[in-house]
Design a protein around this ligand. Structure first.
Ligand code: CU
Length: 288
């Protein structure tokens, strides 16, 4: 091969590599902007994406007006769940004593609420009273288990974003990992026991220990079929994990096992019940 030919071949390879590189770069950018749209960024009163579970995918159909929600003003939020055939889902499995769990959170992971909507079996419509305490962008997560086309009885979680008050004034607060494992919640002292080094895609066991006035609490109650419920949300993307205490008992320890799919910052909201009152604690972690 003479030098000229060699030069031409090298040039072709270089141009090819550059073109491929550019193509990969631009498609990754495209993907990014798509997923951002899907994530509902920059959307004031809307934004959701279908979620696939079992053989079907689902999305919420909002049937109440969400355009003018004021902070601290109770509203009725109505929705139905629609599948990818365009049908309204009317048959649900009972999961943890309810057919529908409904999680509300401001998008910077403040103001967590766990509610249970009313259901109209005839129309498939859910109704839930919500009060959003402060201005800002919120995400609402209907969490349910379809009773159709779902032989494995897998849960599905969809979401819908809404704006409350003047969202242009809303500044999201940073989500910072907790450094103190002990937190006082209502009159309880909750110790969050987690491994000091958390790695993505590895099973993690963590637990909470509940005390009051220096005494361990040993008469915790079962709340919705479990000693504890954790809803875990990832900062920014708001990826959703719902996990339950691995064993029943009466305290003072509540144990969980979960897996964090990606590295990043997560906030764990855990609920438990004592003396007929539901207590919510939270803990922010970094996963490597
Ligand atoms: Cu629930």
């Amino acid at each position: 091969m003479n030098n000229m030919n060699r030069y031409i071949i090298v040039s072709i390879i270089l141009i090819g590599a550059l073109a491929l590189g550019f193509y990969l770069f631009s498609s990754s950018q495209k993907e990014k902007s798509n997923s951002q749209q899907k994530g509902g960024h920059g959307v004031t009163t809307g934004g959701h994406q279908p979620v696939t579970q079992g053989q079907r995918s689902y999305e919420p159909e909002i049937t109440s007006d969400t355009t003018n929600i004021k902070p601290n003003q109770p509203i009725k939020f109505n929705y139905k769940i629609k599948n990818d055939k365009g049908e309204i889902l009317k048959n649900y499995e009972i999961a943890h004593e309810k057919i529908m769990h409904f999680i509300v959170v401001r998008k910077d992971l403040r103001n967590f609420q766990h509610l249970h909507p009313d259901f109209n079996q005839a129309t498939g419509e859910f109704t839930v009273d919500i009060t959003l305490p402060t201005e800002g962008r919120y995400r609402l997560f209907p969490d349910f288990t379809p009773a159709e086309d779902n032989s494995q009885k897998l849960p599905a979680t969809v979401y819908h974003d809404i704006g409350v008050g003047d969202v242009s004034k809303y500044k999201s607060q940073p989500v910072t990992p907790d450094t103190q494992v002990k937190k006082t919640v209502d009159s309880y002292l909750v110790t969050h026991n987690l491994p000091s080094n958390l790695t993505k895609r590895q099973e993690v066991s963590y637990s909470l220990t509940i005390e009051r006035n220096g005494e361990p609490i040993t008469d915790l109650q079962v709340y919705l079929g479990a000693l504890g419920h954790s809803v875990i949300l990832k900062e920014e993307t708001l990826d959703f994990i719902h996990t339950h205490a691995s064993e029943t008992g009466t305290g003072p320890k509540i144990e969980f096992t979960t897996t964090f799919p990606e590295s990043g910052i997560y906030k764990i909201f855990t609920q438990f019940q004592h003396q007929n009152k539901v207590i919510t604690t939270d803990y922010v972690i970094r996963v490597n």
